[in-house]
Design a protein around this ligand. Structure first.
Ligand code: ADP
Ligand code: AMP
Length: 215
């Protein structure tokens, strides 16, 4: 299966992508994670992206399309993939179609995760991640079973993203509504768009996605 999880920052795309990795052995392709790795490694792309990400704006289409094109050429995608955070503009959506054509790949579904803006800020500001295995958590909604210890790998190191603060969230939500939400009709017209209620609890959202993928 090859799918796009489309939704605003904090909608739960990464949380559900990680579950699809575990349950279906699909691969999460998170452009946000790729950019954060580039920033940490100090590459040219990372240097260029850092300020833009800290401001909650979008990195330019050419850079992002290049990153995804290279990633789709890697040999680990035989069980499919979940695009998480890409495409984010109409130009990226159109370029993705061309890339998939050239690489002889076909999307199975585009799943929109719908969450109210008011809930998103709380989700983003409370988000943190295991520094060792990347498992996601939330101060209120997804706590580890033993306080301060990762359920998955036992690590006690956690990190929070530089851009997960109330001011940057505002710009990120503006960017979503201005630049990303307008691509929903693009997939609706192709009859590929499915919706899930991202306001539901995490297990319920997983069940809704499974239902779509098993149909
Ligand atoms: P995205 O990848 O779309 O930016 P995440 O998957 O990182 O969003 O989720 C943002 C935060 O919200 C995380 O801390 C996660 O634990 C929490 N979260 C994810 N899905 C839900 C949900 N359905 N209900 C409540 N909290 C959620
Ligand atoms: P995310 O981890 O998906 O929340 O992305 C974090 C940040 O990375 C975004 O706020 C953007 O600055 C940048 N980014 C990630 N994916 C894209 C993309 N497809 N197009 C442009 N910018 C992106």
């Amino acid at each position: 299966m090859k799918i796009i999880l489309l939704g605003p920052p904090g909608a739960g795309k990464g949380t559900q992508a990680k579950r699809l990795e575990e349950n279906r052995k699909m691969v999460q392709l998170s452009t946000g994670d790729m950019l954060r790795a580039a920033v940490a490694a100090g590459t040219d792309v990372g240097k260029k992206a850092k300020e833009i990400m800290d401001a909650g704006q979008l990195v330019d289409d050419e850079t992002m399309i290049g990153i995804i094109s290279d990633r789709l050429d890697e040999p680990d995608l035989e069980n499919g993939f979940i695009l998480d955070g890409f495409p984010r503009t109409e130009a990226q959506a159109i370029a993705l179609d061309t890339l998939l054509d050239v690489k002889d790949m076909k999307l199975d579904a585009v799943i929109e995760m719908r969450v109210d803006d008011e809930a998103l800020t709380e989700r983003i500001v409370g988000r943190y991640t295991c520094g060792s295995c990347g498992q996601g958590y939330h101060d209120t909604f997804q706590k580890p079973e033993v306080d301060g210890t990762c359920d998955k790998c036992g690590s006690q190191e956690f990190s929070r993203r530089a851009d997960d603060n109330a001011e940057t969230v505002k710009s990120r939500l503006e960017a979503y509504h201005a630049q990303t939400a307008p691509i929903l009709p693009y997939y609706k017209d192709k009859e590929m768009l499915k919706g899930v209620d991202g306001m539901a609890d995490i297990d319920e959202v997983t069940a809704q996605i499974e239902k779509i993928l098993s149909a």
